[in-house]
Design a protein around this ligand. Sequence first.
Ligand code: GTP
Ligand code: MG
Length: 331
Amino acid sequence: MISSGQLDSLATQLIAGDRVALARAMTLVESIHPLHQEPATRLLDRIMSHTGRAKRLGITGVPGAGKSTFLEALGGYLLTLGLKVAIIAIDPSSPLSGGSILGDKTRMSMLSREQHAFIRPVPTGGYLGGTSRRTRELMLLCEAAGYDVVIVETVGVGQSEVDIAHLVDCFLSLQIAGAGDELQGIKKGIMEMADIVVINKDDGENHARVMLTRQMYQSSLSIMRRKYPEWAPRVLTCSALLQQGIGQVWSDIEDFYRQMAQQDRLTVLRKQQHLDAMRKQIEEQTLQALFARQDIQERYRQALQQVEGHHASPRAAVNDVTHYILDKLNH
Ligand SMILES: Nc1nc2c(ncn2[C@@H]2O[C@H](COP(=O)(O)OP(=O)(O)OP(=O)(O)O)[C@@H](O)[C@H]2O)c(=O)[nH]1
Ligand SMILES: [Mg+2]
């Protein structure tokens, strides 16, 4: 058990920027242990008034695009500006490839040794659907601990990148030239989510291909409907390896924030994100609670069988289950 006093001191240390406290708070919030749920909730309550001041960035890119190298470069640059930076690295493949996290640790080795940088890998295996909520909570903890920039990183495959787009203010899509990747990006709808597209590996003999890719992105962006009236997505290039173009990326991110401050767009966006997430969570938890009941599960199974065996229409089966649940709630 965690006593109220322990929780208070954990919150106080975290707000004071203590890294050990931040790591412990993250472990508590990530925990699925039933005894940890209540203290985790109280901790989040305690720190909420200290959140909201950080820039929330998301970055995605296919494996090998250079995300880790880029974050090391960007993170290092932000440190030179006197900013504190936290990186939450979501790894959807972690149960199978623990090596990937290990790889990230070594690739971001410079950053992870810095006093004002904090890197947290988030394995997603095991908690289906829960990753978004956890990531959001981890971001809030980083903000309360005084980090100026909080970056969520994920591999650009599947649902995970759509999910993080709903957690951040500014969404960066890291791309590379060639091999039809540019088309893939456009097809998969990443472009509709990206606020800034950065084409990495703009160095050596890649340069010409990168310029071509940049043009393609620019022209496809120009015909796309805008996500926000205040912001026209930009296409930039950089070399994370040579640490070139990183300052420009940051300056465009700052531009994004300046533009989005108009009509309080950012405040509206964040509020909307929070409400959407809450709505989704309430729906999920309510469903979970209902289906945790044996009798409801049983009724549901029966209804499925009825429809499967053509003994009932889907409409009748749906009505049956719904009425059953409502009836139980009334008693
Ligand atoms: N030439 C060149 N190579 C780069 C650049 N950035 C990264 N690389 C190389 O590309 C490879 C992949 O880079 P990572 O940073 O590990 O890429 P990642 O996107 O984090 O990859 P995953 O973690 O596997 O998803 C490494 O060999 C890097 O050295 C760059 O700007 N130029
Ligand atoms: Mg990586």
